[in-house]
Ligand binder design. Structure first.
Ligand SMILES: Nc1ncnc2c1ncn2[C@@H]1O[C@H](COP(=O)(O)OP(=O)(O)OP(=O)(O)O)[C@@H](O)[C@H]1O
Ligand SMILES: [Mg+2]
Length: 361
């Protein structure tokens, strides 16, 4: 997958700018607060239909404007694809090859990317929310089925949580089993997909981590919740678990079991990585996870995803930086860094300088 052109209109601090990217390494440089991350964010948005930094799309619209537009021309081995997102205050329009798509799940996954940022490198030390987000974004890009199950699950979860806050306990207890049917069905689909994905991710991550640490450390991943058996079996067990927790859920006013609460167990040499790793070790382990994501995307689509490396090089020591760059292989990479670090990269990369939301000619 290669992005050839990216156009930003009234997006963040950009008025109107078109980026033309090369197949290999593209380096965006500039001082702080000039628009490097904004550009990386736009690419990420076209791949995932969301942003990592914000809750409300309207924050993406340039101050004082009413609509932002991100457009890209990308090339995969199946041909050219045109992606477009129009973002308004309270709604958005998504287009693939000029045709409006009604559902986000039909938009996501047309262009695949793996995003590296200092935040992603904290994946190990951060809370379970971040690891769930990582899994959700990663699996949604590769499985429409997962993306749509997740959407429905979140909707049902919201409704179930609202129900739990109702005063009429009798009514709530009578209604819950109806919701739980649906809840368990989508939860089981999500859990089963995550189990499958984590198994593959774990294999690649272990190999990558061994390579990054010269065989010194063994990394392993596992779901923290035991979801054995078929989707039907998972759903049945989950329904029972939900029923066992009615009282607690009513007291808390939210749903205390389900994939929205699950985590990934990450261990290094058999010990829980969160409580045990040094910062450097944790960053390397996170890097292994992200590189494993690259491997999976490459295997699934037969070509490497676009790598977006936002500000990560300064967080890594020289050997890890070199190893990361060597893994980019034949794929496309969009890398941001401040002006000073630019000298680190070879002459065969495309350099784009950004100043105040504009490309410096
Ligand atoms: N909706 C918006 N409208 C106008 N400007 C915005 C909007 N959102 C963000 N900005 C501005 O965009 C600027 C650049 O942000 P960005 O995160 O891309 O910087 P950067 O080049 O990555 O800097 P750094 O090197 O510090 O990471 C910020 O100064 C911010 O105020
Ligand atoms: Mg930045």
């Amino acid at each position: 997958m290669v992005i050839k052109k990216l156009t930003l209109e009234n997006f963040r601090n950009y008025r109107r700018e078109t980026f033309e990217f090369d197949r290999g390494l593209n380096i965006l440089t500039g001082k702080n607060a000039q628009g490097k991350t904004n550009c990386a964010e736009a690419v990420f948005y076209l791949c995932t239909g969301s942003s990592l930094r914000i809750r409300h799309d309207r924050q993406l619209i340039r101050s004082g404007e009413s609509c932002a537009r991100i457009g890209a021309e990308a090339e995969s081995r199946y041909g050219t694809v045109l992606l477009e997102a129009l973002i308004f205050e309270n709604r958005r329009e998504l287009r693939v090859n000029g045709n409006r798509v009604a559902r986000a799940v039909d938009f996501v996954g047309n262009m695949r990317s793996v995003f590296f940022s200092p935040g992603e490198l904290r994946l190990i030390q951060d809370g379970p929310d971040e690891r769930r987000r990582f899994l959700n974004i990663s699996i949604s890009q590769t499985s429409r089925d997962y993306a749509s199950a997740l959407l429905r699950y979140n909707r049902i979860l919201d409704q179930r949580n609202n129900l739990l806050k109702e005063r009429d306990v009798q009514m709530v207890l009578e209604t819950l089993p109806v919701w739980d049917e649906q809840f368990a069905r989508y939860a089981a689909r999500i859990a089963a997909k995550r189990r499958e994905y984590l198994a593959e991710l774990g294999t690649y991550a272990a190999q990558t981590h061994a390579a990054l640490t010269d065989g010194g450390e063994q990394l392993s991943l596992a779901p923290d919740h035991d979801y054995r058996g078929s989707e039907e079996e998972i759903a049945e067990r989950l329904k029972k678990e939900l029923a066992r927790n009615y009282e607690r859920d009513l007291r808390l006013g939210f749903t205390s079991v389900g994939p929205h609460r699950d985590d990934i167990k990450i261990s290094l040499d058999g010990a829980d990585a969160r409580g045990f790793c040094s910062q450097g070790q944790a960053r390397t382990a996170a890097l292994s996870l992200k590189l494993a994501e690259v491997e999976i995307f490459t295997r699934l689509s037969g070509e490497p995803p676009v790598l977006i490396l936002d500000d990560v090089m300064s967080e890594l020591d020289l050997p890890r930086r070199k190893k990361l760059l060597s893994r980019i292989g034949g794929g496309q990479c969009i890398l941001t860094c401040t002006h000073a670090e630019r000298v680190l990269y070879g002459a065969d990369s495309k350099k784009i300088r950004i100043h105040g939301g504009r490309i410096v000619p």
